[in-house]
Structures are given as C-alpha cells and as structure tokens.
Design a protein around this ligand. Structure first.
Ligand SMILES: C[S@@+](CC[C@H](N)C(=O)[O-])C[C@H]1O[C@@H](n2cnc3c(N)ncnc32)[C@H](O)[C@@H]1O
Length: 207
C-alpha cells in the first residue's frame, strides 16, 4: 500500500482527496528542488515531504510545531499546507551535519510563507517544554520530530507533544533510529504506523 492509501485509510478520507493533496505537493516540490539546487542538506525525502503535506492538509492545524528545520524543507511543506494556522519551529541554528558551508536555518522557506512562521532558535530540550506551557489551555494539532534523534530526546518530545494535543497527528522522521517511537506507542497503547521511508505517524483522537 502506498502512503496515499495508508493516509486515506487512517483518516477515513476519500483516496481522491489525498491524491489531490499529493498532486499539490508535487508543485511545491518542484520549487523546493529548484531552491535546493541539487543539495540534499539532510532534508526529508520526496515521499516523506508529500506524506507530511497530505497529513497537514487533513489535520488542518491551528498550531503546528516542528523540531529540526535545517534548510527548511519540512517547514516549507507544513507552511504551504496550513490554511489559517501558525507553525512554531525549533532549531539549534548552528552549522549542521557534514555540510561544508553553514546555511541559515530555513534558507529555502519562501518569503510569502514566513508570516505564519515563528522560528525559535536554541536547543529544543530547553525551549520546547516552556513554549508548550506558554500556550496555556491552547492545544497543538500537529507535531513533527526531525531534530535531535537521541532516545531520551525523542521520548521527551513525543511525550510533550502528546500531552499538549487533544486531536491531531505526530510525525517522526528517522523513526527507526531509536526505540523511542515504538516504546512510546506501546506505553500509551496507541497505534504507530510506518508511513513512508523512515517516517512514522501517531494519531490522537482521530476516529
Ligand atoms: C535533519 S535536519 C532537519 C531537516 C528538516 N526537517 C528538513 O526537512 O529540511 C535536523 C535539524 O535539527 C537540528 N537540531 C539537532 N539537534 C537539535 C536540538 N537539540 N534542538 C533543536 N534543533 C536541533 C539541527 O540543527 C538540524 O538543522
């Protein structure tokens, strides 16, 4: 089963709707690839971008949160999918991976999308918890983890995101780098679905 069928089935959405979203993602990806100019920059892979876009379109978050911005590929797809919401992104803001050059965080995020984007520079281990607390009774509807893939950090980010969500979706990239996503789902007795490549999805309050 491809990611469009998996997503349609999990959300109880018509497959034609998810395929339409996937076609929209194709357009966005063309522009993203142009900006990347052949550089990989540790970004989400093609199908992961498309799956992220489709999930965000279906969830329609008012408040979305991501850890790990890098050049801004996931950021661009989430922002493009948002209708009225805002995206809060967390990143260390330092040279990342084995790239020779240091790139500004969110390098490729288009100017016109930035009005619905708040970038928090610093360690998510320090910033995420107080940020979520500052929302008070407000909840988040989407969380993407693509930052520090250590077991304690993944566990902590998923636990925080889950406790500040009534209904929504948690996406985890590199979900097989640690046991944390599977352990988390098991502990909460909830389902975790392998969506595409090494991205997985945990839904809360959906159906
Ligand atoms: C794989 S890249 C993110 C790629 C991005 N999601 C995309 O699709 O373009 C990982 C990012 O996580 C950030 N990062 C790593 N550890 C972090 C931490 N403890 N707190 C915040 N950001 C972190 C790095 O600075 C890097 O930019």
């Amino acid at each position: 089963m491809g990611y469009t069928q998996i997503i349609a089935s999990l959300f109880g959405a018509p497959l034609t709707t998810v395929e339409r979203f996937s076609a929209e993602a194709e357009e966005i990806n063309l522009a993203v690839e142009r900006k990347l100019g052949g550089r990989r920059l540790w970004a989400l892979g093609r199908d992961e971008r498309f799956a992220l876009y489709c999930v965000t379109r279906l969830v329609r978050p008012r408040i979305a949160v991501e850890s790990g911005v890098g050049s801004g590929v996931s950021t661009t797809f989430i922002l493009s999918a948002l209708e009225q919401g805002v995206l809060h992104s967390f990143d260390l803001g330092v040279k990342y991976g084995d790239e020779e050059e240091a790139y500004p965080v969110g390098l490729i995020v288009p100017e016109e999308l930035r009005k619905k984007w708040v970038l928090h520079l610093g360690d998510s281990k320090r910033l995420l918890k107080p940020f979520l607390k500052s929302l008070g009774n407000d909840k988040i509807q989407l969380f993407l983890h693509d930052g520090e893939h250590t077991t304690p950090n993944v566990r902590s980010e998923l636990t925080l995101a889950w406790s500040h969500m009534d209904k929504g979706a948690i996406l985890v990239d590199n979900c097989d780098w640690t046991e944390a996503p599977d352990e988390f789902a098991k502990r909460l007795n909830t389902s975790i679905t392998h969506l595409v490549d090494d991205m997985c999805l945990i839904l809360k309050g959906w159906r």
